[in-house]
Unconditional design. Structure first.
Length: 330
């Protein structure tokens, strides 16, 4: 896992004209540990990494080349995919000359800030998925519950269905030197129709919430701006600065309120169930020994008649209402 530390250190490095391809290697390096549960997409992920390591493999290749014509149809298509992926990625890196590598991604809050590798994993995985494509990825549990990472969760919700979250035991990766509690996240990227529906409902919800607060915001803003102007005329610097801070805090507070209420309204209008599972036995102990595994049907399942996580997930997908907790008295 050395590449993870490497990426964390180098995301702030700026891309220079004489090291564009080295920067490209860094930019796609994160894909090496990604598992995409879609055959077509997993090919794209694999070859995108391959191209970063052996760029000469596809430069100049075209469907008319003799070597390509001699290959089976599937191989020809694969070479064309390779060429497209590499040239598209290289163009993005060249356009970012003199900018930090993090500028190639949307999720980093600041282009010069240090970004957690797993956050870049998520963005790149979703970008590589075709519409309707499925993704499974292991993530630190902080991604799911850390308030400061809410923007990452919303980034995912804006692009894909959250199909399932399977929480793993604390000791799952201890034998590999990682003590952070992790979870499995499964997503399915929106189809073009679903994305359009989501975007329409999101924009409508945002307009409604903004309209709800428009008069109040306009009134309070005018009041504070007038007070600031009066303080400037009176050359009262301390009062002016205090009022400017108050205005900035008010604007941020209202922006947060609008965003929060928009998200809540959107979830009402674009609802779907999410499968949640807390696993206790996942096939490995803290010392790395084989253990019972409740994740999927196997010869080493825990004793009893309990169903595995995978079997429960399939039941949930068929009839999610059967898993809902009934309200008291109903």
């Amino acid at each position: 896992m050395n590449h993870i530390g490497r990426l964390n250190v180098r995301t702030k490095r700026r891309i220079r004209k004489n090291n564009v391809e080295a920067a490209l290697e860094d930019a796609v390096y994160i894909q090496e540990s990604v598992m995409v549960m879609d055959a077509a997409v997993s090919v794209a992920v694999h070859y995108h990494i391959h191209l970063a390591r052996a760029r000469h493999a596809v430069i100049g290749v075209s469907a008319e080349d003799t070597a390509v014509r001699k290959l089976p149809e599937a191989s020809t298509a694969l070479l064309l995919v390779e060429r497209f992926l590499y040239t598209e990625a290289l163009a993005r890196v060249r356009a970012a000359v003199d900018k930090p590598i993090a500028s190639l991604f949307d999720l980093p809050k600041g282009k010069d800030s240090k970004t957690k590798t797993e956050i870049l994993f998520i963005e790149r995985c979703l970008a590589l998925l075709k519409p309707g494509g499925k993704l499974g990825i292991v993530l630190p549990e902080g991604i799911f519950n850390n308030p400061s990472l809410a923007y990452v969760r919303e980034f995912c919700e804006n692009r894909a269905f959250i199909r399932a979250v399977v929480s793993l035991p604390q000791e799952t990766f201890i034998s590999s030197g990682a003590s952070v509690k992790a979870s499995l996240l499964f997503m399915q990227k929106f189809s073009e129709k679903e994305q359009a529906d989501f975007d329409t409902k999101q924009h409508k919800a945002n307009r409604e919430v903004r309209a709800k607060y428009a008069d109040a915001i306009a009134g309070e803003t005018l009041k504070l701006e007038t007070a600031i102007a009066d303080a400037m005329k009176a050359q009262d610097t301390e009062k002016r600065k205090g009022l400017q801070r108050e205005l900035a805090e008010y604007q941020k507070r209202m922006a947060d309120t609008i965003a929060s209420e928009t998200r809540a309204l959107l979830k009402e209008r674009f609802p779907y169930p999410v499968f949640l599972y807390e696993a206790e036995r996942v096939g490995i102990t803290a010392t790395g020994d084989t253990d019972q595994n409740e994740l999927f049907p196997n010869v080493n399942q825990p004793p009893g008649d309990g169903k595995t996580c995978l079997e429960l997930y399939h039941e949930f997908r068929r009839n999610p209402k059967a898993f809902f907790i009934r309200e008291a008295g109903r």
